[in-house]
Design a protein around this ligand. Structure first.
Ligand code: ATP
Ligand code: MG
Ligand code: FE
Length: 341
């Protein structure tokens, strides 16, 4: 089976053709970093316009490169949320038009499900259930993934996402946008114990993360003028890692230990975090899996793959399916005040 995937929920326009036997036949990603960099963050209106300009030519390029037509596709999968509504609508409406014109089934994919299932695209051996740390620009969650469409949320952030904390801290250190990768690089030259930073909610009995206080502490450390930027970066990263490990231990106390620990989302590209997770998995006798870097940050292969995973369920979406700026993966989960989804 072949699925065409479209991603446009944030600042990456992406198209990919993926098969059920895990081959990425062709893919294109256009980042909008240049468009947004002058503003220090993603500007929704600019993002939507950029998606509208780039998407159709990229679709044509991917189909041409693969030498396939829409009639060869078993489904067209597009991100339908959560994300910036303008961008999501550009991708979803494009997918609807293609689906209608070619009489191909439509799949409205939850972007978080794309991240959550992405490790299985690269790792055929990764079976359900797995404990998933989903860390991205807009989310920080621990989920028990029991199957396709079966997600139990065990923890989420009450304020900032971890990627957001990386980006804001990077901004304080003058590292530009997006700051996560730059902060990681700078941290390599610093001492992770040099700056005393808080570990918000460490040891808490509530199923929550919090990163707003950590980000503010980074600002105070910078303003004090007592520390090098590298030490602040390294100490920030260490504090973040400590929070992640503490909350994963919290989650593991409350469930039967699954065989696999998995990380996904843009922040999963961070090597210090990967190493800490690998050690945690070892301590608990779990196998650790992380997707390759290119599958961590936003891409369309993960959306097409989520479509491949959904095909056997035989449930498609109607042409009037709505775009959803907010769309929790686990509808049973308690809503958290102040958090995105
Ligand atoms: P969401 O998936 O929650 O809707 P998003 O799609 O914007 O948000 P992703 O593309 O999955 O997020 O991830 C982007 C985030 O990952 C950014 O905050 C970025 O700084 C962060 N990031 C990318 N690489 C690294 C890294 N090496 N270390 C830390 N953070 C990183
Ligand atoms: Mg992005
Ligand atoms: Fe994402």
């Amino acid at each position: 089976k072949i699925v065409l995937g479209i991603e446009s929920s944030c600042d990456e326009t992406a198209v990919a053709l993926v098969t059920s036997d895990r081959t990425i036949i062709a893919e294109k990603i256009a980042s909008q970093i240049e468009e947004h960099a002058p503003y220090g963050g993603v500007v929704p209106e600019i993002a939507a316009r950029a998606h509208a300009e780039k998407l159709a030519p990229m679709l044509k390029a991917v189909m041409d490169e693969a030498g396939l037509s829409l009639a060869d596709c078993d489904a067209i999968a597009a991100t339908a949320g959560p994300g910036l509504i303008g961008g999501v609508m550009v991708g979803l409406v494009t997918a609807k038009a293609l689906a209608m014109a070619s009489d191909t089934p439509l799949l409205a994919i939850n972007h978080l499900e794309g991240h959550a299932l992405s490790p299985r695209l690269a790792n055929p051996d990764l079976e359900f259930p797995y404990l998933l740390l989903l860390v991205s620009g807009g989310h920080c969650q621990i989920l028990l993934v029991e199957g396709v469409g079966e997600y139990r949320r065990l923890a989420t952030t009450i304020d900032d996402a971890l990627g957001e904390a990386f980006d804001k801290s990077a901004k304080v250190l003058g590292l530009g946008y997006p700051g996560g990768p730059a902060l990681e690089k700078l941290a390599m030259q610093g001492d992770p114990q040099a700056v005393p930073l808080p570990r918000p909610l460490k040891g808490s009995k509530e199923p929550h993360f919090s990163f707003a206080g950590l980000k503010s502490a980074v600002l105070r450390a910078k303003d004090s003028g007592e520390h090098t930027d590298a030490d602040i970066a390294a100490s920030f990263q260490q504090a973040a890692v400590d929070c992640l490990i503490d909350r994963l231990e919290y989650a593991l106390e409350r469930i039967e230990t699954p065989g696999n620990l998995v990380v996904a989302g843009g922040v999963a590209a961070n090597q210090t975090i990967r190493t800490a997770l690998e050690k945690l998995a070892q301590r608990h006798g779990m196998r650790f899996t992380a997707p390759p870097m290119a599958l961590c940050t936003d891409n369309a292969a993960m959306i097409a793959w989520a479509g491949c995973e959904r095909l056997p369920l035989g449930v498609f979406d109607p042409l009037d399916v709505a775009a959803r700026p907010r769309w929790p993966l686990d509808p049973q989960a308690e809503p958290v005040r102040g958090a995105g989804v």
